[in-house]
Design a protein around this ligand. Structure first.
Ligand SMILES: *Cc1c(COP(=O)(O)O)cnc(C)c1O
Length: 396
């Protein structure tokens, strides 16, 4: 059986999520906008899903808008905050250099429209400080958008501290929490988060569904014109089966958050310990605070792509860089942002674990990676040069 260690790219749907979806395909299939009983039954289900999602975040149901996923939620949050800012003549945004492309590409589009973006340095440890955010805030800053946890290297930002500063300075604060929801405890009120994006398929729910939390009082801008679904903030008939599946997966994840966190982080730490024994390798991002399932290493003298393909032959599903950029030869923007030189960033590997992984799998992965790295190094001219002293090691 293959070992699946690419849970940051997507997760397997849980039985709970699949079961929660089924009735809404054939039995309760009404359109929630219809006034008849079949429609109203679907609407009640939709409302209950909204309650569930809200309660897992410490939010109110009316603060949740369902979307097609994390990317759409990121786009909507950023475009809303910047439209509000632009009306007041505020066109400065603060973010980081290693956001997901759903955020980065939206910001690049806004830069072309005359917005100015400060990309905070995430340093070698993959973390920004609240002080750095504070120092970057200006009179004309309309938005701070900083991801909760990074999808490639798993580092967790000081969200509550950043939230407190944004609140004090009166700047909207959005966080892409796609990697955090269902894995870390979140309380949008206590953490002073104004907008938060999440996605169903990153916590064992279905793909193509997500949500945006928007603090009440912030007038959300619709990206899609049409009917009055989602209180006019997102036109289009709601994907009820997917929403039900996501809500069930989210509740399950939140109900088991602590035990999963403990179990998965033990697997992670064991795997990090084993892989650290390989010569000339380095963990990417600080060891703490880190997502419970994230393991990401650079190995000197090899190519991440070859590593992935050979691991796949051994039945191990891993990733190098993010799923969105693999297939291109550019090294990961995240690894470049933490200061890894190009040649080392190319030799990266991410293993992202979940509560379905076992300690046996961890040991098998550790052995598989060590074997494949050794094999690739035997064939690598770069490695030979390093060994013969014709080149200097970047990773000691
Ligand atoms: C997966 C991911 C997204 C995109 O979510 P989709 O639902 O796939 O659109 C956005 N941000 C982060 C951090 C992610 O990991």
């Amino acid at each position: 059986m293959a070992i699946y260690a690419d849970n940051a790219a997507t997760t397997r749907m849980s039985d709970t999520a699949v079961k929660a979806m089924l009735p809404y395909m054939q039995e309760v299939f009404g359109n929630p906008s219809s006034l008849h009983t079949a429609g109203q039954t679907a609407k009640e289900a939709l409302n209950s899903a909204r309650e569930t999602v809200a309660s897992c975040l410490g939010a109110e149901a009316k603060e949740i808008i369902f979307t097609s996923g994390g990317s759409e939620a990121d786009n909507q949050a950023i475009l809303t905050a910047t439209a509000i800012g632009a009306r007041k003549g505020k066109k400065h945004i603060i973010s980081t250099a290693f956001e997901h492309h759903a955020v980065l590409h939206t910001l690049q589009k806004l830069e072309k429209q005359g917005f100015e973006v400060t990309y905070l340095d995430v340093h070698e440890n993959g973390l920004v400080t609240a002080q750095e955010v504070s120092d970057a805030i200006r009179e004309d800053t309309c938005l701070v958008t900083i991801m909760y946890a990074n999808n490639e290297i798993g580092t967790i930002q000081p969200i509550a501290e950043i939230g407190a500063i944004c609140k004090e300075k009166g700047v909207l604060f959005h966080t892409d929490a796609v990697q955090a929801v269902g894995h870390l405890h979140i309380d949008v009120k206590a953490q002073n988060i104004d907008m938060l994006s999440l996605s169903g398929h990153k916590f064992h729910g279905p793909k193509g569904v997500g949500a945006l939390y928007v603090r009440k009082g912030i007038l959300l801008m619709s990206l899609i014109e049409g009917g009055a679904q989602e209180r006019g903030k997102r036109a289009g008939t709601e994907n009820i089966p997917a929403i039900m599946g996501m809500a069930a997966a989210m509740k399950e994840a939140c109900d088991h958050l602590e035990e999963n966190h403990k179990y998965v982080s033990h697997l992670r730490d064991t795997l990090i310990g084993e892989l650290s024994k390989i010569p000339h390798c380095a963990l990417n991002g600080a060891k703490e605070p880190r997502l419970p399932g994230n393991v990401n290493f650079c190995f000197e003298g090899i190519e991440g792509e070859s590593l992935l393909l050979l691991l796949d032959d051994l039945g191990i599903c891993a990733s190098s860089g993010s799923a969105c950029t693999s297939g291109s030869l550019d090294p990961s923007h995240v690894l470049l942002a933490i200061g890894r030189p190009h040649e080392v960033a190319h030799g990266s590997l991410r293993l992202s674990l979940c509560e379905e992984n076992t300690m046996d799998e961890v040991m098998e992965m550790a052995k598989g990676v060590a074997d494949v790295v050794a094999l690739l190094r035997r064939m690598s001219p770069v490695w030979r040069d390093l060994q013969e002293g014709k080149r200097n090691y970047v990773i000691q």
